[in-house]
Design a protein around this ligand. Structure first.
Ligand SMILES: Cc1cc2nc3c(=O)[nH]c(=O)nc-3n(C[C@H](O)[C@H](O)[C@H](O)COP(=O)(O)O)c2cc1C
Length: 216
């Protein structure tokens, strides 16, 4: 995915109308996918900032949850997420790296599904350095996420609850911090319109990306 495409290189503010839909090329579909990821990264209040991450449990059942999009590299087709190394999703991705991310923008009615393979890097230095202090604090939680509790709890130690602790104190959470890097293998994008829908698949391969139209 790159920024070469003219048509559709910006994210529309509303669902596409008839003429815009007819003008949409395959390159335009690829550009829309890239624009969605850029918007998610650049605009913290966009729903595209918070995709759903799907993994596979050991039983073969699906598992899905909201995550925050932390990094996007369109040139290498890699996305980055933060998570707790003790979380269920980290274990699931460790055992089965295939994952999907679902993005949906209600303003323009466009859905983007990304498939890829995840690599988990516990304590990753560059990612940890890029994490804002409120994000870092979450990794001081003492018991693993999902541990049952007899009462409502934040899980944070008493000395850091309700405050942003010193950088030094937060460093103690770094062993629980994991950077999840997802190398994309495929994208599936659906553009909904009253004029008729459009759908395309983009395969990311060693020799480049290959896009094709699909019946929506
Ligand atoms: C808006 C929102 C954003 C979230 N972002 C993240 C995130 O970036 N990373 C993460 O591990 N969990 C995030 N969560 C929590 C997860 O959705 C999930 O509840 C938690 O990580 C436990 O998931 P698991 O048991 O499947 O590992 C977020 C939750 C919400 C509601």
């Amino acid at each position: 995915m790159d920024e070469r495409h003219g048509s559709g290189s910006e994210l529309p503010a509303a669902p596409l109308e008839d003429a815009e839909l007819r003008a949409l090329t395959l390159d335009g579909m690829v550009a829309l996918a890239a624009a969605m990821l850029r918007r998610g990264l650049e605009n913290p209040s966009s729903p595209l900032r918070k995709p759903a991450l799907a993994t596979v449990k050991a039983s073969g059942a699906p598992a899905v949850r909201t995550v925050i999009l932390r990094s996007v590299d369109l040139a290498t087709r890699k996305l980055g997420l933060f998570t707790d190394a003790r979380s269920r999703k980290a274990a699931e991705l460790g055992a089965e790296p295939r994952a999907e991310l679902l993005f949906y923008d209600p303003a323009c009615d466009i859905q983007l599904r990304l498939s890829g393979r995840a690599e988990i890097r516990v304590g990753d230095e560059a990612a940890w350095a890029s994490a804002a202090p409120p994000s870092r604090r979450a990794y001081l939680v003492t018991a693993p996420p999902g541990t049952p509790s007899a009462e409502p709890v934040s899980g944070l130690p008493a000395d850091v609850a309700g405050i942003i602790p010193s950088l030094e104190r937060m460093e103690e959470g770094r062993a629980n911090f994991a950077y999840v890097e997802i190398s994309l293998t495929e994208a599936d994008i659906v553009v909904l319109s009253r004029a008729g829908h459009r759908r395309a698949r983009i395969r990311f391969q060693a020799d480049g990306e290959h896009a094709e139209w699909l019946v929506p």
